[in-house]
Design a protein around this ligand. Structure first.
Ligand code: C5P
Ligand code: MG
Length: 288
């Protein structure tokens, strides 16, 4: 049994629908070698922690709450939006179609609020560095191993790209093999954020975004390790042509009992309240 050779797979946080299938995929990936591998990952609550010491960690939209770049009034409004829309995002009795209009409302209002703050590009790095953004335990090994093995990492995020980049740059892991596909801000000639660029990416249009932007993807690496935390992340690799093997790892952070059934039937490996990257790291260790 191959999984016995990866002791981390016996952690209590690990759930699998079909162990054999997981073994086959990992074996195929190992045989094919790292030159055929790419990693496609979500960012918020996948590469970043969901909670630390019982406190919810911020998403890229909320990272600036600990800074003075945005007003207290804006912080309150953003928190109110989160309190209203996040329960809809994770509601297991609503369909994605029902959720989408709410998500569009959430992102539209949050982006408008952020733009009203006249955020200056030259102040962003410092503000993000002083913020409470927290990557999952083992992040350094994860990013460094991919870099050392020249495995591309595409971070596909519905968060705020400018902030995401500062988070990874601030942790010294924005290596040249990392590409980010996300919502980016546009700046005026004075370097003040004045709009969001392009089509909005929200939790449930990643598949559509992937199919419309296939140039963002690498097509000659046919084996994909996919990491996500919402059902909307499952199809992030649909922009890759000629997919041979895909292993989907899903972090189930919240409302575990209600959502387990959905996660276990769609993700190959489900990690329940696991704030580490131990499992992706162990699999990469085996493959590389
Ligand atoms: O990187 P990822 O695609 O996970 O980023 C999107 C996440 O950000 C969503 O899952 C949502 O919970 C969160 N979000 C937020 N504030 C907003 C919009 C989305 O915290 N205004
Ligand atoms: Mg996420």
């Amino acid at each position: 049994m191959l999984l016995k050779m990866i002791p981390e797979m016996n952690k209590v946080s690990v759930f699998m629908r079909d162990r054999r299938h997981v073994e086959t995929i990992i074996k195929n990936m190992q045989r094919a070698g790292t030159s055929t591998l790419q990693v496609i990952s979500d960012f918020d609550m996948t590469l970043t922690r969901f909670a630390h010491n019982g406190v919810h960690c911020p998403t890229t939209h909320n990272v600036l709450h600990s800074s003075t770049l945005i007003s207290e009034e804006c912080k309150t409004k953003m928190r109110d939006l989160f309190a209203h829309y996040y329960p809809i995002e994770i509601n297991s009795s609503m369909s994605e179609e029902e959720k989408i209009p709410h998500m569009v409302e959430w992102w539209t209002q949050a982006h408008d609020l952020l733009i009203q703050q006249r955020i200056r590009k030259d102040q962003l790095a410092q503000a993000v560095r002083n913020s409470g953004a927290m990557l999952r335990e083992g992040y350094k090994r994860f990013f460094d191993v991919l870099h050392q093995n020249s495995v591309p990492l595409l971070i596909f995020s519905a968060g705020v790209g400018d902030i995401l980049e500062e988070v990874i740059a601030g942790h010294d892991i924005f290596h040249p093999n990392v590409r980010v596909f996300s919502n980016y801000m546009d700046y005026d000639e004075e370097g003040v954020a004045c709009a969001f660029k392009g089509e909005m990416i929200h939790s449930f249009n990643k598949r559509e975004g992937a199919l419309q932007n296939t140039q963002q993807f690498i097509h000659d690496r046919t084996n994909v390790l996919l990491l996500g935390d919402t059902p909307g992340d499952l199809n992030m690799a649909d922009g890759v042509q000629n997919l041979h093997n895909i292993l989907r790892i899903g972090f189930l952070n919240d409302k575990v009992d209600e959502r387990m059934k959905q996660y276990i039937s769609s993700y190959d490996i489900v990690l329940v309240k696991d704030e580490t990257l131990d499992i992706p790291n162990a699999i990469l260790n085996y493959i590389t």
